[in-house]
Design a protein around this ligand. Structure first.
Ligand code: IPM
Ligand code: SF4
Length: 732
């Protein structure tokens, strides 16, 4: 399936059809463009919004954002989109929302495209049969400048779910079940295709929830072949093709499916009847248990690493094995995020409140928030009366944004507080330092809000008279939004900057790595996620430097007092470490934040050795001239012993060897992609290298215009036809 989607312009460069951007991962990329005197190659294929930092208590001008760092990031976005001529759904725009809700909602996400975004949940867009994946900031800069990316073909994995989902089981239960089956690193290096009768029967919203969490299964990208469900969702969306182009597009989209008998690198079969309503108990999305079950006993895990991780998780979550999940009290409930902040999710949650009767109320002592995924979802929900249902029961009805999914705005979970959440990550400190997250579906979260404990939502049954009346998506006019569509994908005039003297562009530029000699620090944690490497508060910067302070912040400092606690990187000789050795797999999983690589580098780490890596993190390391080395678990464990003994390591990239003292088995050989190796040895400027292929990129774009004209924005079309786009005032 994937080969159908990758549109290669050169040996290893993928042309990106659409590029979504948000305020957190772009300021440094735009600065890089400015410094190098580069423009945005395809403003018509780039769409911007603000979501992570925005307040959900009010809407208004960016200038009203109280937190100075959040405000600075949003203002940087305002400036950058203006300067580079990019279509933008800013804080006052009726179409603003979470980037992964906005793209599909506008029809910017289409089947057959390659879609990228500086955000790990870009996998969401795979629900449309797009090859969609998250990238780091350096890659964002590369895409802005060239509309292409350096890519290596991924492995293919197919997960087939057949049968009928039992009553009360929804797409969130399904995807959490999948992650528990294949594990949080199960999809490393793969693109997942979701198939089977259950997937075919899902709505687009549900498909998006499933693809969204592919990254939590270790895969950068998940996809579903487009079908009539996809087409009817897209028909009449603002940026979807219209008229004859629509017919032509649909005819093409129907061809986008895996060939009969095609061989996948990995096949997984799941029976729908095995799936039940679930919640998470630990600090990895793979820590899943039926809501009717109990907190597991780590001693029952056969894998020693899993056992250790489970013990650590239970300590963090303050849970005791054997406790009934449904007896666990919660302080907060969060309904929202790019996984479950769409209209269907809000309807499901509201249905539970309706089923609880006219007197339904949020349990005493619980704070429950409903945060729509976009401002248009909010208006739709209000038109359906869902806000009234929530408000009446004591839920807090908010403005759109990422909110407590990540806590970059004021919506944070306090230390020691427990949250029933419809988001996608239950990592340590994810929703707030010291906060404890249980992931679940919207109906289960609503049920938890009413009962005050984790609750089986099947206890709330709707009578037909209580059932929510879902209405067709409202038109912009009905929503009371006068959409000025003229500014969407119509930009034409690239802004060319003069290179700034001595200013840095993409991060690795000018750096090389040949031989690295020094102290290695051992880390014994499984699935070290990038939230753990650098928590959210350190992402609120518009610079790439000075991030060592944030490195492993929550492991190095007491959550309540902020006082330093013993952590390996603060103890001699490891405070001078240049190498990290992780015994746990999936190092750097989760978020695409390049800040994780920046903070390691700023501390002095140039090489990380682990049994496996999160795919986006691995790329981010290379982009910053850092070397991620993958070795088997046993070798990592023995290297960690050497590191713990304070033995100095020598990593030689030329000979691809690791030497540590005169240990047995030394030197250890490692393999590395030859292109990446060359870049590290010679310090390439990837963007400049790609720009040498400008003619092939232009030729590819010409073919694309001929074959798939609906992928060009209006402004680009008229520019090609020699018409002036005036002051961006053309209609779509
Ligand atoms: C800020 C962004 C880089 C990050 C991501 O990549 O996922 C965020 O959306 C998250 O969910 O942690
Ligand atoms: S996972 Fe959360 S923080 Fe990240 S994009 Fe989605 S809603 Fe925003």
């Amino acid at each position: 399936m994937t080969s159908t989607y990758s549109t290669l312009t050169g040996k290893s460069r993928t042309s990106c059809c659409t590029h979504l951007i948000h305020e957190v991962c772009t300021p440094q990329a735009f600065d890089g463009l400015r410094a190098a005197g580069r423009s945005v190659r395809r403003p018509d294929c780039t769409l911007a919004t603000v979501d992570h930092n925005v307040p959900t208590a009010h809407r208004g001008k960016t200038a009203l954002i109280v937190d100075p760092e959040s405000r600075a990031q949003c203002e940087a976005m305002d400036r950058n989109v203006r300067e580079f001529g990019i279509s933008y759904f800013g804080l006052q725009d009726a179409r603003q929302g979470i980037v992964h809700v906005v793209g599909p909602e506008q029809g910017f996400t289409l089947p057959g495209i390659t879609c990228v975004c500086g955000d790990s949940h870009t996998s969401t867009h795979g629900a449309f049969g797009a090859l969609a994946f998250g990238i780091g900031t350096s890659e964002v800069e590369h895409v802005l400048a060239t509309q292409t990316l350096m890519q290596k073909k991924s492995k293919n994995m197919r997960i087939t779910i057949d049968g009928t989902l039992p009553e009360g089981v929804d797409s969130k239960d399904l995807v959490l079940h999948i992650i528990s089956v294949i594990g949080a690193s199960g999809g490393n290096g793969c693109v997942i295709e979701y198939a089977g009768s259950v997937i075919r029967g899902l709505s687009m919203e549900a498909r998006m929830s499933v693809c969204n969490m592919s990254i939590e299964a270790g895969s950068r990208s998940g996809m579903i072949a487009p079908d009539d469900t996809t087409f009817s969702y897209l028909r009449n969306r603002h940026l979807a093709p219209k008229g004859q182009e629509w017919d032509r597009a649909v005819a093409y989209w129907r061809t986008l499916k895996s060939d009969e008998g095609v061989k996948f690198d990995v096949e997984v079969h799941i029976s729908a009847s095995d799936i039940v309503p679930v919640v998470t108990w630990g600090t990895s999305p793979q820590d899943v248990v039926p809501i009717t079950g109990t907190v597991p006993n780590p001693a029952t895990f056969s894998d020693p690493d899993r056992r250790k991780a489970a013990k650590r998780a239970l300590q963090y979550m303050d849970l005791v094995p054997g406790t009934r999940m449904a007896s666990i009290r919660v302080d907060n409930v969060f309904i929202g995020s790019c996984t479950n902040g769409r209209i269907e999710d809000l309807r499901a949650a509201a249905n539970i409140v309706r089923a609880a009767g006219a007197d339904a109320a949020v349990a005493a002592g619980v704070r429950a928030m409903v945060v729509p995924g976009s401002s248009l979802v909010k208006r739709q929900a209000e038109a359906e009366g869902l806000d009234a249902v929530f408000r009446r029961a004591g839920f807090d009805w908010r403005e759109a944004g990422c909110s407590m999914c990540v806590g970059m705005n004021e919506d944070q979970l306090g230390p020691g507080k427990r949250c029933a959440s419809t988001s996608n990550r239950n990592f340590e400190g994810r929703q707030g330092a010291g906060g404890r997250t249980h992931l679940m579906s919207p109906s289960m979260a609503a049920a938890a809000a009413l009962r005050g404990t984790l609750t089986d939502a099947r206890q709330f049954r709707l009578s037909s008279s209580q059932a929510a009346v879902a209405i067709e998506p409202l038109t912009p006019e009905q929503l009371g939004v006068t959409l000025a569509l003229s500014d969407v994908r119509s930009r034409t005039s690239p802004v060319i900057h003069q290179p700034a003297a001595q200013a840095p562009t993409s991060s690795a530029l000018g750096k090389v790595l040949r031989v690295l000699k020094g102290i290695a620090a051992p880390i014994y944690i499984e699935n070290v996620d990038t939230d753990m490497i650098i928590p959210k508060q350190f992402l609120k910067t518009i610079s790439r430097t000075g991030m060592a302070r944030g490195l492993f912040y929550n492991l190095r400092n007491d959550v309540n007092s902020g006082a330093a606690v013993d952590f390996i990187l603060d103890m001699a000789p490891y405070d001078k470490a240049v190498i990290l050795v992780s015994t746990g797999k999936n190092f750097g999983c989760g978020s695409s934040r390049e800040h994780a690589a920046w903070s390691l580098e700023d501390f002095g780490i140039r090489c990380i050795i682990a049994p496996s890596f999160g795919d986006i993190f691995r790329n981010n390391c290379f982009q910053n001239c850092m070397l991620p080395i993958e070795l088997d678990v046993e070798t990592c464990r023995s290297l960690a012993q050497d590191a713990a003994a304070g033995i100095e390591f020598t990593v030689d990239l030329e000979s691809q060897e690791i030497n540590c003292g005169d240990r047995e088995g030394s030197p250890i050989q490692f393999t590395i992609d030859s292109f990446r190796r060359n870049c590290l040895l010679n310090g390439y400027d990837n963007i400049a290298a790609t720009m040498q292929h400008a003619e092939s990129i232009a030729e590819f774009e010409r073919q694309r215009t001929t074959n798939w004209p609906w992928l060009d924005g209006v402004g680009y079309k008229s520019q090609k036809e020699g018409k002036s786009s005036g002051n961006h005032s053309m209609d779509w």
